[in-house]
Write a new protein. Structure first.
Length: 255
């Protein structure tokens, strides 16, 4: 869908259209510094250019009837941004701006334009980190176990399985020294995504990076907006319902 000629061919036999849903999408996991220009352009073509091509083709058909609906499937990363997914985040951010501008342009013609900013959904794109994606992460750090995200929050980071519980308190997932640390498993706990006793650590940063945005769960109803944790590893996508949250103080006894 990222090629103009493909969209033109698709619309060549369409004479009337009521609703257009733009849900073509692809992702790329990796450091921006390791991304090629071809990979960048492919992400933008599939995720954003396709939206331009399909809307441009559908709008004249809707204008003839003075009605229509355009729905663009965006992502929370279009507003929050996701580490290791700069191109994807940029494409969805562009889609959000595209949607707002086009909605104003077409409102006088009774054509509504909206975007849905989804969290992580069990689709083919999100079914797993590909072996290539995991290999790319592990080439940087062999301690990478997978990816952790809480849709609707700023939390989206590589998940580390360390050799101790000290190193990643002061080091980024790629080994860079930083006070923010990393998101990492307790080295003494077995890594069992379907188990019941996995402990994951992350700093409660004041700038809301790492696990800093978890403090929002103190707000009434916040868990309804962000009700689950998503872990992605070699085996696929694992979802966990959030049923309780507690923010301890440094003076609280250990549990």
């Amino acid at each position: 869908m990222g090629r103009e000629q493909d969209v033109a061919e698709l619309f060549s036999g369409i004479r009337q259209i009521d609703v257009l849903v733009n849900n073509a999408g692809m992702a790329h996991f990796g450091l921006l510094s390791d991304m090629t220009a071809a990979q960048w352009h492919e992400i933008l073509a599939v995720n954003l250019d396709s939206c331009f091509y399909t809307c441009r083709a559908a709008i004249p058909l809707m204008l003839r009837r003075h009605q229509g609906r355009i729905i663009n499937i965006s992502s929370v990363w279009g507003t929050q941004g996701a580490s290791m997914e700069v191109a994807y985040s940029a494409s969805k951010g562009g889609m959000n701006a595209f949607t707002k501008a086009l909605a104003k342009e077409l409102a006088p013609s009774n054509i509504q334009v909206n975007a849905i900013a989804c969290g992580i959904i069990d689709t083919a794109m999100n079914s797993t980190l590909s072996p290539e994606d995991l290999d790319a992460l592990r080439e940087v750090n062999e301690d990478v176990a997978g990816w952790l995200a809480i849709p609707g929050t700023d939390i989206s980071y590589p998940l580390i399985r360390p050799r101790d519980n000290e190193t990643y308190l002061t080091h980024s997932w790629d080994g860079t020294p930083t006070s923010a640390g990393s998101i990492f498993l307790d080295y003494r706990a077995a890594w069992e995504p379907r188990g019941f006793n996995t402990i994951i650590y992350g700093h409660n940063m004041r700038n809301r990076t790492m696990f800093g945005s978890l403090r929002n769960y103190r707000k009434d109803g916040y868990w309804e907006q962000c009700p689950e944790i998503c872990l992605i590893d070699d085996e696929g996508v694992h979802y966990y319902d959030i049923f309780a949250a507690w923010e301890p103080r440094v003076t609280d006894p250990p549990f």
